[in-house]
Design a protein around this ligand. Sequence first.
Ligand code: GNR
Ligand code: NI
Length: 153
Amino acid sequence: MALRQILKDGDETLRKNSRPVGEFDAKLQALIDDMFDTMYDGQGIGLAAPQVGILKRLFVMDLQDGTPPVVAINPVINACEGSQIGQEGCLSIPGKYGDVERPASLVLEAYDRFGQPFSLPATGLRAVCICHETDHLDGILFRDKVKGPLLSE
Ligand code: GNR
Ligand code: NI
């Protein structure tokens, strides 16, 4: 168990573009394990590598709804359909929340921690979280997309 520090809004690293993962080595496995530890410690449902200062294209997600945890490496979002508006928060913007419009459904294409490709259809909060995490990999924060006020807890 190893926790990593979560970067907060204002840190320029959160605004950078992340690079594709090239090697599925032991260092990557350790990063993934640490990201899960850090996400659960912060009671989040997702965490992207740049939030812990690593500019690589991967995120972890666990909606805590009985569906299994997901590791998504070099993720691509395809087949977006419809739209939904839901309240989002972010471990890098603690205490703030706001409404964001996202696709109602999508298909996530990515590689798992062993480098095997997978395809995951998603709706509802799963689709929201996939979009939120993939945005982090492009230096985008949910506050950039909030419709209406960014509210405080
Ligand atoms: O824990 C989180 N909750 C959340 C709620 C609504 C929409 C997106 C999220 S992701 C967030 C964790 C986080 O900051 N991931 O990058
Ligand atoms: Ni976030």
